[in-house]
Design a protein around this ligand. Structure first.
Ligand code: ADP
Ligand code: MG
Length: 244
């Protein structure tokens, strides 16, 4: 695991989200430090994706504040938040080659061509994508596509990576491999990552700290073994799989 330092990368302060009258995020406070691997777990519909989308700026919070690297970001557009997000569905551009999928975001950000090439080379080596750079998404397996999506995040050199159930569309074997690759990436880049899953094994193996969510609230935050040995309530115990 990467070494977490004192620098605050993300602060959520009383973040709330309503869709119409329905409050789906209910006063979330959280502080994430440089180098941490944070996993959000909780059942389907508890608000994991909504919370990630609020951090990324794809949804506005109804109340509360989001701070990224010491800045309150309510008026910062998603592209300027220093965040890269990886989705369950990969979200690759079908008409672009692997190389161009990885280049596009950097081009749009005005990164010089030589710097784009350097970053794509580093990321594709790191993710074993070199043989596929000229191929198109339709010519790749699901695992390869997800590696491209991860590569596209890596080249942006984000302050914070967000992963929304990145392994859900992969079969069991690939899920393990891709999980190990993400863990390795975290170490090598000393990156800060927030990773959403409803899978306890993923949470236990990847996290420095697990955030257990239920119905838009945090039930407990702690290191995997802390939650396992000392769950705050029945819900956490049931989720992490240790009898209370
Ligand atoms: P999770 O990712 O944990 O499965 P979500 O964040 O997707 O949960 O959803 C949390 C709750 O918010 C769910 O009840 C969902 O139906 C609701 N929700 C999510 N997005 C919207 C939306 N755009 N409009 C209305 N309700 C939404
Ligand atoms: Mg979700």
């Amino acid at each position: 695991m990467a070494e977490a330092t004192g620098t605050s990368i993300l602060e959520l302060k009383a973040v709330t989200k309503k869709f119409g009258p329905v409050e789906v995020i209910r006063g979330i406070d959280l502080d994430v430090r440089q180098g941490e691997f944070i996993v959000f777990v909780g059942p389907s519909g508890c608000g994991k994706s909504t919370l990630l989308r609020i951090i990324a700026g794809l949804e506005d919070a109804s109340a509360g504040e989001v701070w990224i690297a010491g800045q309150e970001v309510s008026s910062t557009p998603p592209a300027n938040r220093g965040i890269a997000m990886v989705f369950q569905t990969y979200a690759l551009y079908p008409h672009l080659s692997v190389r161009d999928n990885m280049r596009l975001g950097l081009k749009q950000a005005g990164t010089p061509a030589a710097e784009i090439d350097r970053r794509v080379e580093v990321a594709s080596t790191m993710l074993s994508l070199d043989p596929y750079l000229k191929r198109f998404p339709a010519e790749l397996s699901g695992g390869q596509r997800q590696r491209v999506a991860i590569g596209r995040a890596v080249v942006r050199e984000p302050t914070l990576f967000l992963f929304d159930e990145p392994l859900s569309n992969l079969d069991a074997g690939l899920r393990v491999n891709t999980r190990l690759e993400i863990a390795q990436l975290h170490r090598r880049l000393n990156a800060t990552m927030i990773y959403v899953t409803h899978d306890q094994v993923e949470a236990m193996t990847l996290a420095d700290r697990i955030v257990v969510l239920s119905a838009g609230r945090i039930e407990q935050v702690g290191a995997p073994m802390e939650l396992y040995n000392n769950p705050a309530n029945e819900f956490v115990a049931g989720f992490i799989g240790s009898p209370k």
